[in-house]
Design a protein around this ligand. Sequence first.
Ligand code: CTP
Length: 402
Amino acid sequence: MITFPRGRQVVLGVGAGIAAYKACDLLRRLQDDGFEVTVIPTNSSLNFVGRATWEALSGKEVKTEVWEGTQSVSHVALADAADLIVIAPATADLISRLASGRADDLLTTTVLAASSPVLIVPSMHPGMYLNPATQANLETLIARGFYILQPDTGRLTGTDSGIGRFPETLRIIGKVREICDSNSGLKGKKIVVTTGGTMEPIDPVRFIGNKSSGRQGLAIAYEALREGAEVTVISGITEEYVLGGIKRIDVKTAQEMQNALSAELESADALVMAAAVADARPEIASSEKVNKEDFRALSLVKNPDILAESTKNKRENQVFVGFAAETGDGIREKGLKKLHSKGVDFLYVTDVSNGKVFGEKETTGILLSKRGSEWSFKAADKHELGRRIVSELIQELGVING
Ligand code: CTP
């Protein structure tokens, strides 16, 4: 099973303030920034925004009590998975319960069990906010390492105004980014990543395949998500994985991959062709299992070169990244040749001598750019290469779009 680094899981706790409706927008913007959000409302907050809204927006089951689905021990599971807990809006009552360490619903129990940072976004009437009891509770939470975002000052629900307004979503997002050290360089951009190997059938049980695990493409997809990109993964044969927030298209053969890609590419800003596509397939895929007596020679036909075909229709404002797996001497020179012959903006050439890199967590190779820059990687984590590629995509797409 392929796993991914921490950093994308946010628990959004919602207290019973009128600003709960504004937290719907916050949830959306967090998702746009590449976070995967689980919502835990307090029971009374459901008077403002109902469970169905949170479930529809988050795409996840929403619980308020530890007594729902006890077999999954939700508070512990949610606390363990959370990279950040954001409580918005946090009412005076909720702040008071958190400060005294209460655990009387799913949200407070999860906060108590969690070791992740917690960001509190108080929102209430100025009288309640400025009340010494609330202020003392906030001081207690600050002393325990909670982050508190000061409310805005302005018009409130009724006719009065003052401090206590729910902050603008962007201010909250800014604080979240600061705490999580995350960015949004690819926001509004669509990145298509192909990954894994293709499987070319010989008969119903046999195939031509390769050792690709899909790890590298998935690491790139993950890093692009972390920068707020809309990510489509065209996934060949890979190790098992679960990656929330992507559009996943599963394919088996090179031809299926080409069809899926051509449907996605038109609307894409960048293509990362990390898949290990089989260069050839059996001329005939037998519908019956071939008996060993009949197994003499395989007649092969060439598969389309998906990347080279795709670059023929590449637009000026698209960025393409190719991969090349090489063995022997002159890896860099072989890579440079392919960078130009495939017509891509970047090409990562990796040394797969002695079966290295495929299926491993680490990679050795050189990322080459058509502008002449290059970056070397030696037994580097595949996410490190992923981050470099993503940062070059941000740069290139920024240059293209002025
Ligand atoms: N590729 C592709 N379609 C193919 C084969 C490869 O799109 N039928 C893509 C791969 O995803 C990769 C790049 O082309 O991004 C380089 O693949 P590689 O197999 O190393 O290059 P080839 O052009 O097939 O060259 P070789 O003859 O060395 O195998």
